[in-house]
Ligand binder design. Structure first.
Ligand code: AMP
Length: 286
C-alpha cells in the first residue's frame, strides 16, 4: 500500500479555513463530507485528520498524526517533542498581557504580586520567569478578557490580533509575551518515505506563499527613462525590457514584493512610468 502522510488540521475554529485554502492552492483536493473526522486527498498522498487545535501537538508527538497545522503559540504552550517546520503566514497574532484601561502601569514590575488570568499558563510562566516577575497565574479556559471586570484577576494574558476585543472590554495591551502565526509542526522522526512526502508538500507551500507576497508588475516608459526606472525597481533579477510598437517606447516587466510596490510607486511615476499594471502571481518557483 502506498505510504500516506497523516496531516492534522483544526476541526473548527480560526485556523481551519486558512489551512484548507492553503492545501487547495497547492493543488491538493480534499474530498471531505460534513462532520467527517478523516478525509483523503484524491491527488496527493496525504490524509487529513480533523482534531481539536490544542490536542494536535500531542497527536503529532505520539505519531498518530505525522504533521499538523497549528498556531506557533500552541506549539510553544504544549511543550511537546515536535519540530516546527515552516511558518505559514496566516492567523498572525500575539500573546499579550493587558490591564484595565487607566491603570497606572510603570512597566512589567507592575505585575509582581498580581493575579493574571490566561488560557496559556506555560507561555505566561516562561515570560514571568524570564523577566524575574512573581505573579499568580489563574488558568481559565475561555472568555479571559472578562476576568478583570468580574474581580477574578488584575491583568490578563491572551491572544490579540486587531485589539478590538481588548478595547471592547476596557483593557489595554502592555506586554507582548510572544508572536505567533500558523505553522507546520512535524514528528521529529518521520521515516524516509513520509519525509519525502513532507518535502514535496513544503515545496508546494513555499511556492504558494512566495506568490502571495509578490506581484508581477508591468509599465510603459519612454526609452530614455528606462535606466532610471530600473534603478528604482527592487526586482527578483534584472527586469525584462521590451520595445513597444510605438517607436521610442519600452515595456518594463518585473516581480516585486507587494509591500515594496507601495514604497516605490511615487518614484516610478516621477521617473516617467505610465500605464502601470500590478498582476497577482499564482505560484512562484525560484
Ligand atoms: P481558536 O480557533 O480560537 O481555537 O484559535 C486557534 C489558534 O488560532 C490559536 O492557537 C492561535 O494560533 C490562532 N488565533 C487565536 N486567536 C487569534 C486571533 N485573535 N487572531 C489570529 N489568530 C488567532
Amino acid at each position: 500500500m502506498q505510504t500516506r502522510l497523516q496531516v492534522a488540521v483544526q476541526k473548527s475554529g480560526r485556523l481551519l479555513e486558512g489551512s484548507l485554502k492553503l492545501l487547495k492552492e497547492c493543488g491538493i483536493r480534499v474530498d471531505n463530507g460534513k462532520d467527517q473526522l478523516k478525509a483523503s486527498a484524491g491527488n496527493f498522498p496525504i490524509d487529513i485528520l480533523y482534531l481539536r487545535n490544542s490536542d494536535i501537538p500531542q497527536y503529532v508527538e505520539d505519531g498518530v498524526a505525522d504533521i499538523g497545522i497549528i498556531g506557533e503559540n500552541t506549539a510553544f504552550e504544549k511543550q511537546k517533542h515536535i519540530d516546527t517546520v515552516l511558518p505559514l503566514g496566516f492567523s498572525k497574532c500575539r500573546l499579550s498581557i493587558a490591564v484595565p484601561k487607566n491603570t497606572a502601569y510603570p512597566g512589567p514590575a507592575f505585575l509582581n504580586g498580581k493575579r493574571i488570568a490566561t488560557s496559556y499558563p506555560n507561555s505566561l510562566r516562561h515570560y514571568l520567569d524570564a523577566h524575574r516577575l512573581n505573579a499568580e497565574i489563574h488558568e481559565i479556559s475561555g472568555s479571559v478578557e472578562i476576568a478583570p471586570n468580574i474581580g477574578l484577576a488584575d491583568a490578563i494574558c491572551d491572544l490579540v490580533s486587531s485589539g478590538s476585543t481588548l478595547f471592547k472590554n476596557g483593557l489595554e495591551e502592555k506586554e507582548v509575551v510572544l508572536k505567533s502565526e500558523a505553522c507546520i509542526v512535524a514528528q521529529p522522526k518521520l521515516g524516509a518515505e513520509k519525509q519525502a512526502i513532507l518535502d514535496k508538500l513544503v515545496f508546494r507551500i513555499e511556492a504558494v506563499l512566495k506568490a502571495r507576497n509578490n506581484k508581477y508588475i508591468l509599465m510603459n516608459a519612454p526609452d530614455e527613462k528606462v535606466a532610471e526606472i530600473i534603478r528604482v525597481l527592487p526586482g527578483m533579477k534584472s527586469p525584462t525590457v521590451m520595445p513597444l510598437a510605438e517607436k521610442g517606447w519600452s515595456s518594463i516587466h518585473t516581480v516585486i514584493e507587494e509591500s515594496h510596490f507601495w514604497d516605490i510607486i511615487d518614484q516610478l511615476k516621477d521617473s516617467g512610468a505610465q500605464g502601470i499594471l500590478v498582476v497577482p502571481i499564482e505560484k512562484m518557483i525560484i
